[in-house]
Design a protein around this ligand. Sequence first.
Ligand SMILES: NC(=O)c1ccc[n+]([C@@H]2O[C@H](COP(=O)([O-])OP(=O)(O)OC[C@H]3O[C@@H](n4cnc5c(N)ncnc54)[C@H](O)[C@@H]3O)[C@@H](O)[C@H]2O)c1
Ligand SMILES: [Zn+2]
Ligand SMILES: [Zn+2]
Length: 372
Amino acid sequence: MQQVKAVVALAQGEPVQLTTINVPDPGPGEAVVKVQACGVCHTDLHYREGGINDEFPFLLGHEAAGIVEAVGPDVTSVAPGDFVVLNWRAVCGDCRACNRGEPQYCFATHNATQKMTLAEGDLAGTELSPALGIGAFAEKTLVAAGQCTKVDPSARAAAVGLLGCGVMAGLGAAINTGNVTRGSTVAVIGCGGVGAAAIAGAALAGASKIIAVDIDDRKLETAKKLGATHTVNSKETDAVEAIRALTPPADSTGHEGGADVVIDAVGRPETWKQAFYARDLAGTVVLVGVPTPDMSIPEIPLIDVFGRGGSLKSSWYGDCLPSRDFPMLVDLYQQGRLDLDAFVTEEIGIGDVEAAFEKMHGGDVLRSVVVL
Ligand SMILES: NC(=O)c1ccc[n+]([C@@H]2O[C@H](COP(=O)([O-])OP(=O)(O)OC[C@H]3O[C@@H](n4cnc5c(N)ncnc54)[C@H](O)[C@@H]3O)[C@@H](O)[C@H]2O)c1
Ligand SMILES: [Zn+2]
Ligand SMILES: [Zn+2]
């Protein structure tokens, strides 16, 4: 057991606190990782606001890279000294999805068995709930060994750690879930960290037209840098009409047109409805933004669902398989073909997480990254 500094959310809506926590030595199937960098994601704020569940206190942070410090007795997949990106879907290898060769859909992903605990104050000894089973706004954290994916150790931790959540979700929404390929036309609604990554993913896959849609012009500027060929401010212009106008059918059938793949990276009924109608016949809608429990599928005539054909998909973590996707994406980053640095708006200290939440609310950043 050792004691380290970490950022916790003790109660709903209260500012997060820098405190000391106890990190157990790794048991079977576990690893202790010395965190080098961890991005501040919207989901951390959702935890703090009680929007995920009420299992306070939370140990926040989950988009991280670091060095494995120690592993449990039976662990062979990683060793002390390995540079790893942490993932929140360590696959089980034994469920129906894993057995049918689709481990990216594993129904029984797992985390460390032992609990980290608070080491200070009245609540000393209380078990922590690590965000997404990671908890990496901490000098060190305890995870399942399967949550550690080895990547090129010469890569910048602040950039590649972002593959651990939002950036992977966006890249994968385009490449894995949407099957964007050479010549596809793509529209992305919402260009925060996730949507901007979907744009980068579409560019990487060879999409011929990439339309970025947002209500904030600053996000549209960044989207252009990451590969958007067109931008639409949907506060000023109707998104569906604008996307259709930019993707006319290259035929003489007279149908309205639309993008082959439309990605909703906001996750609200109104943006999903835009995505539904902005895609071409037989096109694909990908929902990667996460709706809140009170939201429902918008009113859409069932005949339109049938008549427009195609597929309506959701994307968990970009349908990624960390062991397959992280090393490959880090290599592309190292070769200069995937600009992960563009997602790092600022590097901050471990005491600056609360301030980073404020900036996120103001829409000023794609990602603030805690560097340790
Ligand atoms: N599926 C997954 O596995 C996964 C993983 C990580 C994050 N997410 C989710 O993805 C979503 C986006 O995350 P983020 O980090 O990019 O958030 P963000 O706050 O950085 O970005 C949201 C963007 O959407 C824009 N926006 C808001 N309302 C809009 C509207 N009506 N029309 C167009 N644009 C609008 C905002 O201006 C902003 O640029 C969140 O719901 C998050 O929870 C999903
Ligand atoms: Zn499984
Ligand atoms: Zn996240």
